[in-house]
Design a protein around this ligand. Sequence first.
Ligand code: ACO
Length: 311
Amino acid sequence: EMDPVERAFQERVDAGQKIEPKEWMPEGYRKTLVRQISQHAHSEIVGQLPEGNWITRAPTLERKAILLAKVQDEAGHGLYLYCAAETLGVSRDELYEQLHSGKAKYSSIFNYPTLTWADIGAIGWLVDGAAIMNQVPLQRCSYGPYSRAMIRICKEESFHQRQGYDILMKMVKGTPAQKAMVQDALNRWWWPSLMMFGPSDDASVHSAQSMAWKIKQNSNDELRQKFVDQTVPQAKYLGLTVPDPDLTWNEEKGGYDFGQPDWEEFFNVIAGNGPCNAERLEARRKAWNDGAWFRDGLTAHAEKMAERRAA
Ligand code: ACO
């Protein structure tokens, strides 16, 4: 039996109304949002690292300027999302602490290395492509601040996706070695990109409740299917082979049948044991520690000003 306040809340959600920060919400709703929004924010922040790795090595000045802008966008998305999480009564310091201590999750995808310039193209095309597929429905999320953050973020993600595809378009028209580099990037990024949508529906612990609360609009498998259907033709256009022997067009369902990612690898990566987890966390901790003098300076200044006002 649902209590009347909770029932009224659910009715508002069902009617498509937005829930705003100061309004009553079930504790589970608040917790789920803090979890998802903060994981999302951490993903944007950690997501700067694999691409940041190539800023100094971008092949032209123009590519470098574009990549810099994109990585800056990701920092902005992270900060924007931390603000959305803060409206739910959690502090930024708590969220950083959860990230730096290894307690918080962030997207599995950012624990893979960027070995070549083609990886930067593949990240834009596949990783940002998957991010958009997941985030477009989140624009309709029942929680106002998250929903509004998603609208702006999705606009920028579309540019990111296009820039990645543009890198690959250029490379596949280049030398055979360049084209091979693109195929190699697709081979390495395909399966991790499919894992971004989360475990299969039967293993997804949060989906049913999150969908009832309209935090999520679609299940993980639904979005994964949509991503495959959208991306396979793009791979064909680039003249590439998707590294999935089970991939076949299914006329009846009007979509592709495809193989399953290696779920053991996925759970291993989100448990902290992926190829770059330790390196990513170390980079974030270092950035935090390197900024200590600045935070200390700000605090000292604020204290001095407060003393002066009191005097
Ligand atoms: N990477 C890391 N952790 C994941 C991933 C993933 N790809 N997929 C699922 N998980 C985690 C969930 O966070 C959850 O962990 P928790 O219970 O410890 O919090 C657990 O695996 C079980 O998964 P689900 O029950 O399916 O979790 P949920 O309903 O939250 O769905 C999803 C996962 C789809 C990622 C959802 O949280 C979401 O839409 N998040 C917002 C989008 C986002 O975070 N994108 C980040 C990458 S895009 C970018 O930054 C460019």
